[in-house]
Design a protein around this ligand. Structure first.
Ligand SMILES: Nc1ncnc2c1ncn2[C@@H]1O[C@H](COP(=O)(O)OP(=O)(O)O)[C@@H](O)[C@H]1O
Ligand SMILES: [Mg+2]
Length: 173
C-alpha cells in the first residue's frame, strides 16, 4: 500500500480509516484524516495532487467554511500553481490555470442545480486537465464515473474531518 504511505507520510498520529474494496478490478481506497489546521489540509491536498494526472476529476463536498478551497490550494500547489492564485471564487464559476497540467477550479456555489447543464462541464471534465469541483453535489450526473470524492466536515474551529475516496492504486505507485 505504497500509495497510502504517500498520503500518510506527513500525518503520523492522525486517525484514519482505511477501507479497501474491489470494483471492476480497480482497487479503490477510502482514507479518513482529522486535519488540525489549514496548513495540514493543504498538505493533504498537496499529497493527493502529486498523484493526479490529466483527466482526473476531484469532487469536493462540505458546507461553507469546511475547507474545500483550502484543499484546492494544496492540490494546485502540487501541480505548480501558486496557491495564492486560487481564490474563493465568488463570481467566477470556472477558473482555468496553466500548471504542469491544465487545472480547472470549478465552484458551483452560485449555480442553480438546473443551471449546471448549461455550463458544459463535459468540455473540461476528464479531458486534458485536472479538474476540481466545489459543491460537486450540484453537478449531479455530470460527474464522471471514477472521480475522486472528498467530504470535508467542520469538527471544531481548527479541525476538519476529511474523507477521501476513490484513489486509484496502481502497482507502480
Ligand atoms: N483544519 C482546517 N482545514 C481547513 N480550513 C481550516 C481548518 N481550520 C480552520 N480553517 C479555516 O476554515 C476556513 C475554510 O475556508 P474555505 O477553504 O474557503 O472553505 P470552503 O471552500 O469549504 O467554503 C478558512 O478560513 C481556514 O483558515
Ligand atoms: Mg470554497
Amino acid at each position: 500500500m505504497v500509495a497510502l504511505k504517500l498520503l500518510d507520510s506527513c500525518f503520523h498520529g492522525n486517525d484514519k480509516l482505511q477501507t479497501y474494496y474491489l470494483r471492476n478490478a480497480i482497487i479503490l481506497q477510502q482514507v479518513k484524516f482529522n486535519s488540525k489546521s489549514e496548513v495540514e489540509t493543504k498538505e493533504i491536498g498537496r499529497n493527493l495532487g502529486k498523484r493526479l494526472k490529466a483527466g482526473d476529476v476531484v469532487c469536493l463536498y462540505g458546507e461553507f467554511g469546511a475547507g474545500k478551497t483550502t484543499m484546492v490550494k494544496g492540490i494546485a500547489s502540487a501541480i505548480g500553481i501558486n496557491e495564492r492564485d486560487i481564490t474563493s471564487a465568488s463570481f467566477t464559476i470556472i477558473s482555468e490555470y496553466k500548471g504542469v497540467t491544465p487545472f480547472y477550479h470549478i465552484d458551483l456555489y452560485r449555480v442553480e442545480p438546473d443551471g449546471v447543464h448549461a455550463l458544459g462541464l463535459h468540455e473540461y471534465l476528464g479531458k486534458d486537465g485536472i479538474s476540481v469541483i466545489e459543491w460537486a453535489e450540484k453537478a449531479g450526473n455530470e460527474i464522471p464515473d471514477g472521480s475522486i470524492k472528498i467530504h470535508l466536515t467542520y469538527t471544531g474551529e481548527n479541525s476538519r474531518e476529511i474523507v477521501i475516496e476513490g484513489i486509484l492504486l496502481d502497482e507502480d505507485t
